[in-house]
Design a protein around this ligand. Structure first.
Ligand SMILES: Cc1ncc(COP(=O)(O)O)c(C=O)c1O
Length: 388
């Protein structure tokens, strides 16, 4: 459940405190948490109602309802070019968040190194730390639109390197690992016997001419890739708590055993809703993508106007902007904006070296976002007047 967990063991900013402060104020527009604001599409809700009335409430298999695993297998084949056996290579989880914890606990032994993009979705930091693993971060840069440079990854390999975590489209940067770099990273993974963790939870939200390539679809990669996805972002279903992993059978067996100990299985009604989401009409997803694209345009225009810079956000539900040109650190901007009634997250919530960046979400209706940008302009004007 996204950034409620963004306070890292090492991070300088406690985002819980920030959200608490925002809650104590009146009339705050949140551009903080990354949970989609649209309603879950009606046909998915209808399927859940039918499931409540018709399906037995008792638990099904820990790995997930066979019908949902089959729907996921069809989706992976159709959208991603990944062949996954629904019987043995798919695990349904209680949200993407559980999927990421399960996969790290299953994969990582004490001392193993995991290469991660920086800045990053810091829930993985917590999971890696809990498993006794070591995070090795690879900086990504504004001038590359936060793509992941394979040479930078290769430079950081050691005999302890176990896995490469690739979140694309990325949270918080909204960068995408370009198909050419995905291919080069696959070569590196094969050559150095690395496991790839491919978090593709934002795959459907891609803008302009950007392209998403699933690394598990490349030759020789399915057997060394754990693909993470879910319905929270694609179908605006965060609260339904359905995510999934596709991975080699032995890995899925081990992760399922842990899942069974924790919570037996993902909620059954939500699993039926996820079947309807994956098998049903997909125009709702394209409608949401276009809506987010229009909001993104509005926000980028406003940021240009206010003098912020950014690497072009090519995917996801975020804009990751650089505050350096304004001469005001993001943590101070966060306070100034909150005083005017806008909540954003400072970059230090996503890695220690990101004091000059801020993350804003696209998850408000466009007219509300317009109002938020007016308030941001006002906050900047007041700050400038005060320092003259
Ligand atoms: C990169 C990434 N992975 C996984 C998740 C977890 O998603 P879920 O809401 O399904 O738990 C999030 C949520 O924000 C995310 O940003």
């Amino acid at each position: 459940m996204s950034e409620a967990t963004t306070t890292t063991a090492t991070g300088a900013v406690n985002i819980f405190d920030l959200m608490e402060l925002a809650r104590s104020k009146q009339d705050v527009i949140s551009m903080g948490l990354g949970d989609p604001d649209p309603a879950t599409p009606a046909h998915i809700i209808e399927a859940a109602k039918r499931a409540i009335e018709a399906q037995p409430a008792g638990p099904g298999p820990a790995a997930g309802l066979p019908e949902l695993r089959q729907a996921i297998a069809r989706k992976l084949k159709r959208d991603n070019g990944i062949d996954a056996d629904p019987e043995s290579e798919i695990l349904v989880t209680t949200g993407g968040q559980e999927a990421l914890f399960l996969l790290i606990q299953t994969l990582i032994e004490p001392g193993d190194e995991v290469i991660v993009q920086d800045p990053r979705y810091t829930s993985y930091d917590d999971a890696i730390e809990l498993a006794g693993g070591r995070m090795i971060s690879v900086p990504t840069r504004e001038e590359d639109a936060f793509d992941l440079d394979p040479a930078e990854v290769e430079r950081r390999l050691t005999p302890r390197s176990k896995a490469l975590l690739m979140i694309s489209p990325n949270n918080p940067t909204a960068g995408i690992v370009s198909p050419a770099n995905v291919r080069r990273l696959a070569d590196i993974a094969r050559k150095h016997d690395l496991i790839v963790i491919a978090d593709e939870i934002y795959e459907k939200f891609i803008y302009d001419d950007a392209e998403h390539l699933s690394i598990a679809s490349l030759p020789g990669m399915k057997e060394r890739t754990i693909t993470l996805n879910g319905v929270s972002k694609t179908y605006a279903m965060t609260g339904w708590r359905i995510g999934y992993l596709a991975a080699p059978a032995e890995f899925v067996r081990a992760a399922t055993a842990i899942k069974e100990m924790i919570n037996v299985q993902a909620p059954v009604v939500s699993q039926w809703a996820a079947v309807a989401a994956l098998d049903g009409p997909q125009d709702c997803v394209e409608e949401m993508r276009q809506m987010y694209a229009a909001r993104r345009r509005l926000l980028l225009d406003a940021l240009d106007d206010m003098g912020f810079t950014y690497g072009m956000p090519r995917g996801a539900l975020y804009v990751w902007a650089n505050t350096a040109s304004t001469g005001i650190e993001a943590i101070e901007l966060t306070r100034l904006f909150l005083d005017e009634g806008v909540l954003i997250f400072p970059g230090t919530g996503f890695g220690e070296g990101w004091g000059d960046y801020m993350r804003m979400t696209l998850l408000q209706p466009i007219e509300v976002l317009g109002e938020a940008t007016n308030r941001m302009r006002q906050a900047l004007a007041k700050r400038r007047a005060a320092s003259e």
